[in-house]
Design a protein around this ligand. Structure first.
Ligand code: GRG
Ligand code: ZN
Length: 313
């Protein structure tokens, strides 16, 4: 088994950050703030966050904020709860949450809660358990969870639970590992994991490991490095991570590296991208790969950052 090509991945991430006029970055323009979260969190896990200019990143992030309090993916775009979480997470990475008007951000998120406890992603109203997770994670980081109706939010998530133990995006929606991360993460943050049948869900999740060692997101689907995050983080939150073969998953993730130019892809021999680079490194961190910072499975931030938020330095 090869090793994690740390230096190459750092070079790859720094190059993506700089390549603002490349094809990839034009296509990904509206995803820029998410991309910043993926890239910068990966750098932090690799111990290299100090290789970027924090002041430049923070001043750009603050320019993405809309008067409603929400953040857009880039300057001049429309705000969305997705980018609002990324903005808060990146500020937390740099220990700069104090530049935020916390009430304003919290008011934006609170305004997205619906009567049934669910959350919309923005003013246009699409509802999804992804947005429940984001709202809960973001408000928890800002220490304002009391501004929403947590009980209704939890009940809505529970209403998206399926007979197989998993969760979907809305009531009756098919179980999918990404949605399961969101629902289990939100339940973990709100201290509501008693709503999860841990053995049943643990069984469904560990069955996601296929012959190659990789994990898929649903039965009969191909394995993909990003499920190393969605599935593993969920298994850890419900204390069932020992139900998968760790060594085989190590090998699958390491086989998805571009060892020459850096970056990690979804499957061996595919093209790398910043998204899968993050999920590969985050997955290895969850598996306690030597030399990586530990990542918190619920907040998707390095454990030292989460400790700083909740327990001070
Ligand atoms: C802070 C880590 C973090 C997340 C923020 C946006 C979000 C909250 C969570 C997204 C959860 C989710 C739904 C992830 C799944 C993404 C994905 C790979 C979808 C692909 O689904 P299909 O059906 O692919 O196209 P498969 O693998 O099933 O063939
Ligand atoms: Zn993927």
């Amino acid at each position: 088994m090869g090793e994690l090509a740390v230096e190459k991945h750092v070079e790859y991430i720094l190059a993506v950050e700089k390549r603002k006029d490349s094809f990839e970055s034009v296509v990904m323009d509206h995803l820029r703030l998410n991309g910043a979260y993926w890239g910068l969190t990966t750098l932090d896990l690799l111990g290299k966050l100090d290789s970027v200019n924090a002041d430049e990143v923070i001043s750009w992030i603050m320019k993405c904020q809309h008067e409603s309090g929400g953040f857009a993916g880039n300057i001049g775009h429309d705000p969305h709860i997705l980018y609002t979480l990324s903005a808060v997470q990146v500020l937390a990475l740099f220990n700069k949450l104090d530049v935020l008007n916390i009430d304003k951000v919290a008011t934006y998120i609170t305004g997205l809660q619906n009567e049934d406890g669910s959350f919309s992603g923005d003013m246009w109203g699409e509802v999804d358990t992804r947005f429940s997770y984001i709202a809960i994670c973001c408000l928890s980081i800002l220490r304002c969870l009391d501004k929403i109706n947590v009980e209704k939010a939890v009940n809505y998530i529970v209403s998206c639970k399926n007979l197989d133990g998993g969760f979907g995006c809305t009531p009756g929606g098919e179980s999918h590992a990404g949605q399961i991360f969101c629902c289990v993460g939100a339940l973990a943050i709100t201290g509501s994991l008693h709503h999860v049948d841990k053995d049943l869900l643990g069984w469904w999740l560990c069955e996601r490991q296929v012959k190659s060692g990789g994990l898929n997101g649903r039965p009969e689907k191909l394995p993909d490095v990003c499920y190393s995050w969605w599935v593993l983080s969920s298994l850890i939150m419900i204390d069932r991570v020992h139900w998968i073969d760790k060594e085989k998953l190590f090998r699958f993730i390491l086989d998805c590296q571009d060892v020459e130019n850096g970056g990690i892809s979804d499957r061996p021999d595919d093209a790398v991208d910043i998204f899968h680079t993050y999920f590969g490194v985050a997955g290895l961190s969850l598996l306690e790969y030597p030399g990586l910072k530990a990542i918190d499975p619920a907040y998707a931030l390095p454990v030292d950052v989460v400790n700083r938020i909740f327990f001070g330095r």
